[in-house]
Every structure is written in structure tokens, then in C-alpha cells.
Design a protein around this ligand. Sequence first.
Ligand code: SF4
Length: 147
Amino acid sequence: MVYGVSACIVRKNTKYDGKNNYNQAVIDFLKDKEYILICPEVMGGLPTPRVPSEQLNDKVINQIGEDVTTNFTDGAKKSLELLKEKGVEAVILKERSPSCGYKKVYDGTFSKTLIEGHGVFAKLAIENGIKIYTETDIKNMQEKNES
Ligand code: SF4
């Protein structure tokens, strides 16, 4: 099986602040697997570093009030196309991101308040039948295997 993976989890500096969200459990899990990297925000034309964004109702607004919804939706579509081309059926996504977040995202007030919901790309992936794991799922899976 080929996995799609949020690029920032495996040390690519695609995060809004120019850094990454490196996660050793995911890196270990992928060691003997085939995978392709996606970063929906970069694929939607946003620079790195960039102003952080959060979802607010049906839009994505950055911290200086600019509407970046089109970048997010374009990037989500491009990421999905790439995954479909490669026959990807499961992805490992970065939690809480306005693009990649699964089940919980920030509420649009930039106050670190989480609400239930998915990032823009995660929503599209779900609609297209792609199985979603997060870095915590992978860590839990590995801990279970080790015990
Ligand atoms: Fe990471 Fe996804 Fe944000 Fe890109 S859009 S930096 S892959 S969480």
C-alpha cells in the first residue's frame, strides 16, 4: 500500500513558520513503506514561511485578515489528484492543521481553541474515501505492537 503523508511530519520545512512537525513514530513507521509527500498549503501556492491561517465558518482566513480560502481549496484538490494518480488509499496527516487536521481544528480566533472539525484537505480526502491516520494514531499503533 502507498501512503500519502503530510510533508511537515517527516521533517520537510513546510510549516507556516518555516519549520517542521517532525514525528519519529511516523518516520519509523514509514521506514519500509512506500509513500508520497503532500503539503496542501504549499501546493495551493502559499509561500513558506507564511502568515498562519485558521478556518472560520466556510472560509480560511489568515492572522492578518486575508482570505486564503482559494489557496487552501486549490491545494487540497491538487493534493487529492496527486494521491489518486498514485493509487493512494490512506494518508497520515498532521493534527490540528487548517488543511491536514482531522477531527479537531482551531476555531478561527487564533487563541489555540480547538473545535470539532477537519482541515480543508482532510475533508476532501474523507469525501473521496481515503482512510485517514494522524501522527497520534501511528504512535498508538506502534506502542500497541511493542507491548
Ligand atoms: Fe504540514 Fe499539512 Fe500544514 Fe503542509 S498543510 S505544513 S503538510 S500540516
